[in-house]
Design a protein around this ligand. Structure first.
Ligand SMILES: [Zn+2]
Length: 329
């Protein structure tokens, strides 16, 4: 989490959940959340949940947000859904280190003051109810919901999870074709890099990513079976790629002395590998290739397993009591 934003939050008595990248609190009586971007330090999503109070005529909230984006330098965009405000902040340019956190604060101050003076009320994101509200985190997104909307929402998450698990392995034949095509791309990259005289291991990474992507595209869904198939195909194709490279080298050397085709050279590779020096070089290439393949597969596999497990991480962050002007009448 960005240190300056964290310090700002703590000094204002807001709650900081460092591990979840989440800050929340109340300003001018209105509840808000600040979500830290996982990859960029000075990038945050701010949410507030408000609606117009029936008793008061309120100038359009969206218009006010538009003015805010013009005024606050690091507010990249702000939108209003009718119940939820989403404001995206990102520190860009030269001076953001100094000005970013004050900008975030200025927006929160200004917007909550606006909510207060226009008698807006805190509300459920889904139905607009004003009581029994709680902040939930679903995956990594914050939602303010009332108890019955939360019950509905968790039902639909459950259904989505069941749907994913029902999809099973997808179309295995299509997936295998996709993985083969993807890995052939990797083989081409491998051979090209080898020809240029570089360590071709990096192509191992390309190969497994292409194979997994290929399986997903033609198989419709990357299941555990799909991951195993794609990885096995990649492992075999890497050996073939290396054999093609060595075969090409042998062909290059012998084509001027003997009547050989590339295919003869390709078949003769195992014989040539009895020579220790060549064998060591080939093993080195393959080991590097497999290491980088593991690196390439890791991210995709982790994501795919997370998706196919069908478990949506949902948690109650905090109950939100008596915020907004509703409590002050
Ligand atoms: Zn609701």
């Amino acid at each position: 989490m960005y240190k300056k934003v964290k310090q700002y939050a703590l000094s204002h008595g807001f709650t900081v959940e460092e591990k979840e990248g989440l800050i929340y609190g109340t300003m001018n009586g209105f509840f808000f959340s600040i979500h830290q971007d996982p990859t960029t330090l000075a990038k945050h999503t701010v949410h507030l949940w408000v609606k117009e109070n029936n008793m008061t005529a309120v100038p359009a909230i969206a218009d006010f947000l538009n003015q805010c984006t013009g005024k606050h330098k690091y507010l990249q965009s702000a939108s209003y859904s009718g119940t939820r405000v989403t404001a995206e902040f990102q520190g860009l340019g030269f001076k953001w280190q100094k000005l970013y956190t004050p900008c975030l604060d200025a927006f929160l101050q200004e917007f909550t003051a606006y909510c207060q003076s226009n008698n807006l009320v805190s509300c459920c994101e889904s139905c607009g109810a004003e009581s029994g509200l709680s902040l939930y985190q679903v995956e990594t997104v914050e939602h303010m919901l009332c108890p019955s909307c939360y019950a509905n929402a968790s039902d639909s998450f459950q259904r989505r999870a069941e749907e994913i698990s029902r999809k099973g392995s997808g179309n295995i034949i299509g997936g295998i074709v996709g993985a083969l095509l993807g890995s052939v791309l990797g083989v081409i990259v491998w051979v090209l890099i080898y020809q240029l005289g570089y360590i071709s291991g990096i192509a191992g990474l390309v190969m497994v990513i292409c194979a997994l992507k290929g399986y997903e595209i033609l198989g419709g869904h990357l299941s555990k079976t799909g991951i195993i198939i794609s990885c096995v195909i990649s492992i075999v194709m890497l050996l073939i790629a290396e054999q093609v490279c060595v075969g090409l080298e042998i062909y290059d050397v012998y084509k001027d002395y003997a009547e050989i085709t590339f295919f003869d050279a390709f078949k003769s590779v195992p014989e040539f590998l009895e020579e220790p020096e060549l064998k060591a070089a080939v093993i080195y290439d393959i080991v590097i290739g497999y290491l980088l393949m593991a690196v390439g597969a890791w991210g995709t596999v982790r994501q795919a397993l997370k998706n196919s497990s069908g478990k949506t991480k949902t948690r109650l962050v905090t109950q939100v009591t008596n915020t907004g002007s509703a409590g002050r009448y």
